[in-house]
Design a binder for this molecule. Sequence first.
Ligand SMILES: Nc1ncnc2c1ncn2[C@@H]1O[C@H](COP(=O)(O)OP(=O)(O)OP(=O)(O)O)[C@@H](O)[C@H]1O
Ligand SMILES: [Mg+2]
Length: 335
Amino acid sequence: MPNPLNFRPMPETTPGAAASTPAPQLTVVPRERLAAARVLVVGDVMLDRYWFGDVNRISPEAPVPVVLVQRQEDRLGGAANVARNAVALGAQAGLLCVVGHDEPGERIVQLLNESGVKPYLERDPALLTTIKLRVLSRQQQLLRVDFENSPAHEVLLAGLARFDELLPSHDVILMSDYAKGGLTHVTQMISKANAAGKPVLVDPKGDDWERYRGATLITPNRAELREVVGQWKSEEDLLARVTKLRTDLEFKALLLTRSEEGMTLFSDDGVLHASAVAREVYDVSGAGDTVIATLAAMLGAGLTLVEAVGLANRAAGIVVGKLGTATVDYDELFH
Ligand SMILES: Nc1ncnc2c1ncn2[C@@H]1O[C@H](COP(=O)(O)OP(=O)(O)OP(=O)(O)O)[C@@H](O)[C@H]1O
Ligand SMILES: [Mg+2]
């Protein structure tokens, strides 16, 4: 099929701004093929908690508002949100991660059991399960409170052993790094996956990408890439920097997600840009999770990387148009 994915050669100028977005022709994947795709997500899980309430007075103790909490909402975050996205598309997803023996940890277990994700959880009694608590009143965030610490050494080693057991029964490995320590052994995991001939997708964090050496595909956003290769001055300069990075760290491909500018794929086959296809943008948080989950599900279903990127771009365009739900399901993607 000629240019089936709305890809066009990378423009000289910044993509997005002046680019028109004709309706892309996308590969339709039969449900059965997606149902057979087995994705293993490894990484940092977290709980996103929201407290909603009214503010009617200022505290007598300090010049701060007093929130009377009326409602609590919990959502799976981080690697668990990625796994949930793969399941929403109709793929199978396992999730290997560490949680603590605390209330947020139990809540994550409960939400995972409801989600269709197969949990492979290592328990660390000393771990504070990562939770991000937002306090909101009248649609406004007043405060965010985070709890987190790093998993214990022995627990991470147990996770590495579990990875060995899970590798043969999965088609695609997805590393969802939120820099909470769950991916301490990511380099070894990538080597093992490579040796087993399984593609490894990485959503990176931080400036040390040596640890992702040998990944099949890495999916930074603009800020994440900038942190590692520096600020590029043109698309040509970007290509040069990414090519050097890919060579140095042996990444088969790099997909740069560029928010309103869409996404650009760099591989040995060249550079392909897909313009953003969002009609309306309500909530961009979590779009990166949807992108990498869609890529993994589609590669697991046997699509080519170029086909998978086309669908990931469409999925991102749908998810940013949603308030709340951070997933896209099969019917939405292929309708
Ligand atoms: N403002 C926007 N308008 C249109 N599309 C968008 C917008 N923001 C994000 N997208 C779509 O979502 C994709 C991923 O977004 P982005 O590059 O912001 O990833 P991210 O920073 O990793 O997201 P997050 O970490 O919040 O999940 C983009 O490549 C694009 O397709
Ligand atoms: Mg991201």
